[in-house]
Design a protein around this ligand. Structure first.
Ligand SMILES: [Fe+2]
Ligand SMILES: [Fe+2]
Length: 196
């Protein structure tokens, strides 16, 4: 059986990751208890780190063939690096610190800007230029994600026990659900979509 035909496209996975980070952010309010704030931030930061690494290892290299030298792709990696710096600063603070809210908001503002560029420029370009490879790239992303999640798990578990926040595994759970839903669709529909 060709498993790549059963894999969601890499662009669908990327959008889903963005949605999960935004959903975590939307649970963060100024009056949220500090222990919950810390759990939300840890979840969002871990999800962002894994997501950025997956894009850099799999998505951006594939896309650079489709848009060589394009300014909008060239700035993606530096934006990830800036995000990693902001995450490190946030982790070095406690949630009771007066500047904690502002730092998290600043991180999320930059993430939203970056995500907007990806969703309105990079993903549509990939869907035009890499149409035949989207499922195969999605499959590679899933394999690599499993390795990275295993590596990050200790931090995510620590955040969970403090925050009683069952979100650390959400990326994997929803990924599995998406893959199943995708595979349950008639093969003819999948073929038609790929040709398109
Ligand atoms: Fe990105
Ligand atoms: Fe992204």
């Amino acid at each position: 059986m060709d498993m790549s035909s059963c894999s969601p496209s890499i662009t669908t996975m990327i959008r889903m990751d963005h949605t999960h980070v935004m959903a975590a952010f939307h649970r963060y309010h100024i009056d949220t208890p500090w222990w919950r704030k810390r759990a939300i931030v840890e979840l969002a930061c871990t999800a962002l780190e894994i997501h950025a690494q997956l894009e850099e290892e799999i998505f951006y290299p594939a896309l650079s063939d489709a848009m060589p030298g394009d300014e909008r792709l060239r700035k993606s990696k530096p934006e990830h690096d800036k995000m990693r710096e902001d995450i490190a600063k946030l982790r070095a603070m406690g949630p009771q610190d007066a500047a904690y809210d502002a730092r998290f908001m600043q991180l999320m503002r930059e993430v939203m800007h970056h995500v907007a560029d990806e969703e309105t420029v990079l993903l549509p370009t990939a869907e035009r230029a890499l149409a035949a490879r989207l499922s195969e790239l999605g499959q590679r992303m899933t394999k690599r994600r499993l390795q990275l999640v295993a590596k990050h798990r200790p931090a995510a578990i620590a955040a969970n026990t403090v925050g009683t926040f069952p979100l650390a595994s959400i990326a994997l759970i929803s990924l599995g659900a998406l893959a199943i839903a995708h595979c349950l669709r008639p093969a003819s529909a999948r073929r038609a979509r790929r040709q398109w």
